[in-house]
Design a protein around this ligand. Structure first.
Ligand code: UGA
Length: 434
């Protein structure tokens, strides 16, 4: 099948590459000329494990192409994916200007029937708006389908190629047949394609992300209470996660969720509720809980140093919002580092992938270490912000020689309390006794 993907951000690039891998002829279109040049020269602008292998194979074999020209890119395409940004506007609602602009353009240039697919996370009612904008000038028949994407950064390829489910919002039988054919290689293990109307599909995506944000925030609240009552949140997690109604995943307490999706989507769903005069109380609480959780360790750090961080050197392990990505959008690390700097501390940070991105934001305000151990040299304490696997089983003996004090503030509960006690560390974590 010939398909086009408009927008080569995270979702667009993964969608295009994976559909090329399943044998389709894919053209990705982006208005950013520099990005398209890079992609045409084999340079992938994001870090995503496994993407390079598929990208290289499919570009080399001619199934994956890039262009800045919309008309050229969609020529002959049976399916046109819209994977465009929907940044939050000032009021928190998703801004649809990019999507609607392309919809308007498509109406003018489409020469044959095509299925236009909303892949980005878009508010309820967007498919209808896209249809309206295309209709303004369209001379051919077309269908608009909502097909939200559920991939996670860091495991995007696996999530895309083996989705738990594929959600397709459309009432058009013609579009259903085409989408079923396109997704057939990804649902061979019996993972379902769930058909529904467009509005329900759009809502499903927000419901999924918001529910996961609720799950995490609920555990963060339990963790905070555990600290007060003297219980251990890791045991609670194991105790409740084994109940299949609750499930094991997304129950890890920490310093809050970040990234480009949960914060934006929870906010956008809250905004939608407001527009429909519905008081969605849980969403408001989730946003409040997460904002508080992100800087939860700051007062603990402050208190440990008797309110005086001036001149103290703090080592930070982990800058990305989660492991296996270089993405620092809404990353708790940034907010914490800025607060530490404002309190007069010096920060030496290490992250295996995200340091270049942080340098764009913080420049020389912090020191970037070449290795996790180099970050510890002469530091007064270590703060852990991201659970990269390499931080889980470090050489404690080596750390001891570098750190000035054996003090760790762990925002991701990487170590066992007994182990830390035995090693003689002053160890602060989340939802467990100090
Ligand atoms: C999330 C969803 O998981 C995807 O299904 C969805 O497609 C994507 O958003 C999107 O809308 O595009 P992602 O933002 O890549 O994916 O990352 P997650 O793995 O979901 O993690 C989100 C945040 O939750 C991270 O900050 C992570 O540290 C935090 N988290 C996750 C916890 O604090 N505890 C947990 O138990 C799990």
């Amino acid at each position: 099948m010939k398909i086009a993907v408009v927008g080569t951000g995270y979702v667009g690039l993964v969608t295009g590459t994976c559909f090329a891998e399943t044998g389709n002829q894919v053209t990705c279109i982006d208005i950013d000329q520099r990005k398209v040049e890079k992609l045409n020269n084999g340079i992938i602008p994001i870090y995503e494990p496994g993407l390079d292998v598929l990208f290289n194979r499919n570009t080399a074999e001619g199934r994956l192409k890039f262009t800045t020209q919309l008309a050229e890119g969609i020529e002959g395409a049976e399916v046109i994916f819209l994977a465009l940004p929907t940044p939050p506007g000032e009021d928190g609602s998703a801004d649809l200007k990019y999507i609607l602009k392309v919809a308007g353009d498509l109406g003018q240039i489409m020469k044959d029937y095509a299925v236009i697919v909303d892949k980005s996370t878009v508010p309820v009612g967007t498919a209808e708006k896209v249809r309206e904008y295309i209709s303004l000038a369209a001379q051919v028949e077309f269908d608009v389908v909502s097909n939200p994407e559920f991939l996670r950064e860091g495991v995007a390829i696996e999530d895309f190629m083996k989705p738990d489910r594929v959600v397709i919002g459309t009432q058009s039988e013609r579009a259903k047949v085409i989408m079923t054919k396109l997704y057939a290689p990804l649902v061979r293990q019996g993972n379902p394609i769930i058909f529904m109307d467009e509005r329900s599909a759009e809502m499903t995506k927000y419901a999924a992300n918001s529910f996961l944000a609720v799950k995490i925030s609920f555990m963060n609240e339990i963790a905070n209470l555990c600290e007060k009552v003297g219980a251990n949140v890791d045991d609670i997690r194991r105790g409740i996660g084994t109940d299949s109604r609750i499930g094991k995943r997304f129950l890890f307490a920490g310093i809050g969720y970040g990234g480009s999706c949960f914060p934006k989507d929870v906010q956008a769903l809250a905004k939608t509720s407001q527009e429909y005069a519905y008081d969605f109380k849980i969403l408001k609480s989730v946003m409040e809980v997460n904002a508080r959780q992100k800087t939860k360790l700051l007062p603990v750090i402050n208190e440990h140093f008797n309110g005086d961080l001036k001149g103290k050197t703090i080592a930070v392990w982990g800058l990305a919002f989660k492991p296996y990505t270089d993405d620092i959008r809404e990353a708790p690390a940034l907010e914490n580092i800025q607060a530490l700097l404002a309190a007069g501390a010096k920060v030496t940070a290490y992250d295996p992938e995200a340091m270049e991105n942080v340098r764009q934001v913080l420049g020389n305000k912090i020191t970037y270490a070449h290795t996790s151990y180099a970050a510890l040299d002469d530091a007064d304490a270590l703060v852990i912000m991201t659970e990269w696997p390499m931080f889980r089983t470090p050489e404690f003996g080596k750390m001891e020689l570098l750190l000035k004090n054996k003090v760790i503030f762990d925002g991701r509960n990487l170590y066992e309390l007994d182990q830390m006690k035995e090693l003689g560390y002053t160890y602060y974590s989340i939802g467990r006794e100090a």
